[in-house]
Write a protein that binds this ligand. Structure first.
Ligand code: SAH
Length: 349
């Protein structure tokens, strides 16, 4: 099945539609009070009717929505037009607003050994509409439940899949979100396994927006990283350090934040030796921040670091002058936490 974007479909059906009409259509899709093309009163009636007949207002359909016990995290399993499924998460953030976590692919080809999505294998890229509609779905959800106060202030590309392996569609989704919502680029984070060719493309791509980037480092020891992440290779850490320094040269680091994610796995990457290696790596890449992530159980062979070891590791980094933060885990009771997203139902792939 060939998935055509809404804009391309509109172009096919209305080859003589003026450009401002496209803008009106895109704008209307982000107006939470509108629920179908017939609500878009700025468009001529015939156009509205034809759009309603031919084009889906939403291309993701929630099959289940789960709520965490603390009521601060929701996970939706959404069905796509070809019956495949992905997951998207809504969580209350530290500022009392909401963060949406979107998926970029059905499954993932990166096969990180600690990640549930990695076990699914790769099925296909999501279209830009399928990415954007995960956000639109949660906006409608919050609008229809006014008791859940607060707006969506942040979006993270940390759901299923590797966003930079779906570069063009992720970029188009970012363009729409930045054009039609009140969410600014510093409130959006794209997380990547560290696809160096695409990271280098970002340095040269004038049209890549100034969103935040997070690179999944997870170990500053090459052998350990290769064992955790099959996409890694000898020399990766050197190339990443080089890229990071180029990134800070090309972009003003006050505007372009860069984070290295580090999932804490007991006896794998949380020892004193690993902390020392991470400190050395952090010194090579100056202004980057290290974000320590508690491991969320995914049925893998790994165990999470003990609270004591986690604190010790964090303290070692901090006292060495490394800019280090810790991620809160949310929604693990509904398998909505980082790395827990997997769709195993029959026909899901
Ligand atoms: N493909 C992207 C997005 C993955 S999900 C990437 O690799 O960055 C976002 C973050 O969650 C990544 O840093 C990922 O490595 C991490 N993650 C995966 N499985 C996890 C788990 N079980 N517990 C905690 N974090 C996990």
């Amino acid at each position: 099945m060939h998935l055509v974007s809404r804009t391309a479909q509109v172009q096919t059906f209305f080859c003589d539609l003026p450009a401002f009409r496209f803008r009106q259509i895109e704008e209307a899709l982000f107006d939470v009070k509108k629920r179908s093309f017939s609500d878009v009163s700025t468009l001529p009636l015939v156009v509205r009717q034809k759009l309603d007949e031919k084009i889906s207002w939403l291309v993701v359909h929630p099959a289940h929505i789960l709520e965490s016990v603390k009521k601060d995290t929701f996970k939706a399993i959404v069905k796509l037009s070809d019956d495949k499924r992905v997951e998207t998460v809504l969580m209350r953030n530290a500022r009392g607003q909401w963060t949406v976590c979107v998926s970029a692919q059905v499954g993932c080809a990166m096969a990180c050994t600690f990640c549930a999505t990695g076990k699914m294998g790769f099925s296909r890229n999501l279209t830009s509409d399928e990415i954007v509609d995960q956000y639109r779905l949660w906006r409608i959800f919050l609008h229809d439940h006014p008791e859940r106060e607060g707006r969506i202030s942040n979006i993270v590309f940390m759901g299923m899949g590797e966003p930079l392996a779906n570069y063009d569609n992720v970029k188009e989704a970012l363009r729409q979100i930045l054009t039609y919502t009140d969410i600014g680029p510093t409130h959006i984070t794209v997380s990547t396994v560290g696809l160096l060719p695409m990271l280098r493309t970002i340095l040269e791509d004038q049209t890549w927006p100034p969103v935040r980037l997070a690179v999944s480092l997870h170990s500053a020891d090459s052998e350990t990283r290769k064992a955790m992440m099959p996409s890694s290779f000898d020399g990766f850490l050197d190339e990443l350090a080089e890229w990071t320094n180029a990134y800070f040269l090309v972009f003003d680091s006050r505007r372009r934040h860069l984070t290295f994610e580090y999932v804490m796995l007991a006896d794998i990457n949380d020892t004193k030796e690993h902390a020392e290696k991470l400190i050395r790596f952090a010194r090579r890449v100056g202004k980057a921040r290290i974000n320590l992530i508690p491991y969320n159980f995914t049925g893998s062979v790994y165990r999470d670091s003990s609270a004591r070891q986690f604190d010790r590791f964090e303290e070692m980094l901090r006292s060495a002058g490394v800019n280090v933060t810790r991620r809160r885990t949310m929604g693990d009771d509904i398998a909505a936490a980082c790395g827990q997203l997997i769709v195993v139902k029959k026909n899901s792939l």
